[in-house]
Design a protein. Structure first.
Length: 257
């Protein structure tokens, strides 16, 4: 899901939806300075700054990973000293003053941003963060709307793009929580003589947080040309059919792929 934050109503929505990221953790912070060529002087001039902050937090048994893209940044500070860590969040504070958004990501203001507007991109995962961090980095997609595709649809689409696979269904695990629709392993039948077989663990789950369905992919192997090809093929057929938000690993939240 994506949501633009510009007005006081948007700020109220953000704090209500995220509960101020209470108990969350900052996973990544980036500052990007943009430049443009001034044709008259022939020099590069500043075209603004953009700060992105990725936050992981839990709410009502759901793991959420959110990326805030803060645009038109006029003030930014991040301060850590003597072993201090501003990654742990109690609850962020946000205010709108004279057309500018002010974000305090911790009570001491060690991570502080003033900007013109913000964009929230977020995926929700009905699994624990420990489940996410096992093995190779997962790719997670949350559709904006619609029902989860079927396994047959996925197999047909992969066959059409030249990456035929077979499906091995996984029995529902005892004690596993979350609105799973189906779970199993995609195994590529292409290039069978090129080394280890490419395979992906695939989970499809029903809408959570009021948004569309989700799909989680995780390669059996952390590296490998065949695994990469299979992962790219699945992500392409899914994102070409459905609009939504992607998560790669812990940080790569994006509405584009």
């Amino acid at each position: 899901m994506t949501h633009s934050i510009k007005t006081a109503d948007d700020v109220r929505w953000l704090l209500t939806h995220t509960q101020g990221f209470r108990g969350g953790r900052v996973m990544d912070v980036h500052l990007a300075k943009r430049w443009m060529l001034d044709e008259e002087s022939g020099r590069d001039v500043s075209a603004g700054r953009v700060v992105t902050v990725t936050v992981q937090y839990h709410l009502q048994g759901v793991l959420r990973i959110a990326k805030l893209t803060l645009q038109g940044v006029s003030d930014f500070s991040i301060f850590e000293q003597d072993g201090g860590d501003c990654a742990a969040l109690g609850m962020i504070q946000v205010e709108l003053h004279e057309g500018l958004l002010r974000f305090w990501f911790d009570p001491q203001g060690n991570l502080y941003v003033v900007c013109e507007e913000a964009l929230l991109e977020e995926v929700s995962v009905p699994h624990s963060d420990g489940d996410i961090h096992q093995g190779a980095a997962p790719w997670i997609f949350q559709a904006d709307s619609g029902d989860p595709p079927t396994v047959d649809w996925l197999l047909t689409q992969l066959d059409q793009v030249g990456v035929p696979c077979i499906w091995k269904s996984t029995p529902r695990r005892a004690g596993h929580h979350g609105p799973l629709c189906w779970e199993g392993e995609l195994v590529s039948t292409a290039d069978v003589n090129a080394g280890p077989t490419a395979a992906l663990t695939v989970r499809a789950y029903e809408p959570i947080d009021g948004a569309g369905f989700g799909i989680r992919l995780q390669p059996r192997l952390a590296t490998g040309r065949l695994s990469g090809r299979l992962l790219r093929a699945v992500t392409e057929v899914v994102t070409q059919r459905y609009a939504g938000t992607c998560l790669t690993g812990e940080r790569g939240v994006s509405s584009e792929w």
